[in-house]
Design a protein around this ligand. Structure first.
Ligand code: F6R
Length: 253
């Protein structure tokens, strides 16, 4: 379930190959997508490989995990803009099949329900990509979020807002709220790949390794998923026990 790769580019290569295999064997696959720094090298690699191999991405459907409340899709710091920049604007997707929560929806509660319903109506996610926050959040499900939660509006923790301030240069303020798929929605995915790279994730990865499943650390729920894999680079794995690191690094990808 845990695998260690030498660096983030090895992970990007591995995840891109998995995505391309899925799309080639099922062109209308439903993918669950994440944003954030962790995903950037993955999307970059994926775009290069799709172009090189001439893979048709026009029939796939995607659902993003989350979006900031109050940012319009054309706001440069919105996750809609992130996705256009790193992925959607790079390849021949069918825009009508690409879904993100709308952080400007007039009734956010209703919008959250509709978003989760739409996801279920497509048959659910085949393969979900996840990153993890340094406080253990997945999607924007902050510590303490009930495991039975569905898509909802969340108040972002100070930890998360501080971590994400690196994407908001100058005096721009990280929004205080977001819409996120819930823990239950995420666990419905048939397969999950969670990627953690860099030293900043080492503490939460070690926490995951040593502790039981608890709502206090949302990431731990993946121990209950039958087809979840956690892909680490050496830096994110650096606080795992030596023996575990050796065994996991020796495992074939
Ligand atoms: C993003 C998301 C978040 C990020 C997490 C890690 O759509 O849902 O859970 O995956 O905050 O972010 P980075 O990759 O920037 O460290």
């Amino acid at each position: 379930m845990l695998q260690i790769f030498p660096d983030q580019s090895a992970i990007a290569e591995h995840v891109s190959n998995i995505l391309i295999d899925k799309i080639q064997s099922k062109p209308d696959v439903v993918l669950g997508l994440a944003t954030g720094g962790t995903m950037e090298p993955i999307y970059e690699r994926f775009v290069i490989k799709v172009r090189r191999q001439g893979v048709d991405v026009s029939k796939l459907t995607s659902f993003n995990l989350d979006e900031y409340v109050g940012l319009a899709p054309d706001h440069p710091k919105s996750y809609a803009a992130y996705m256009r920049k790193h992925l959607f604007g790079q390849l021949g997707f069918d825009e009508s099949r690409l879904h993100l929560p709308n952080g400007l929806a007039p009734d956010l509660e209703q919008h959250s329900k509709d978003y989760a319903l739409r996801l279920r109506q497509t048959g659910g996610v085949e393969l979900q990509l996840l990153g993890v926050g340094s406080n253990g959040h997945i999607g924007f499900n902050e510590p303490g979020t009930p495991f039975d939660s569905q898509c909802h509006v969340v108040r972002l923790s100070e930890d998360t807002r501080r971590d994400n301030s690196r994407f908001f240069e100058g005096n721009a303020i990280v929004p205080a709220h977001a819409v996120t798929l819930g823990m239950a929605d995420i666990m419905q995915a048939r397969e999950i790949l969670l990627v953690a790279t860099g030293e900043a994730k080492a503490r939460i990865v070690a926490h995951w390794y040593h502790n039981e499943v608890t709502e206090a650390v949302p990431f731990t729920i993946l121990k209950r998923h039958r087809r979840a894999r956690i892909l680490l680079d050496e830096a994110a794995a650096s606080l795992l026990p030596d023996q575990a690191r050796k065994t996991l690094a020796a495992m074939p990808a």
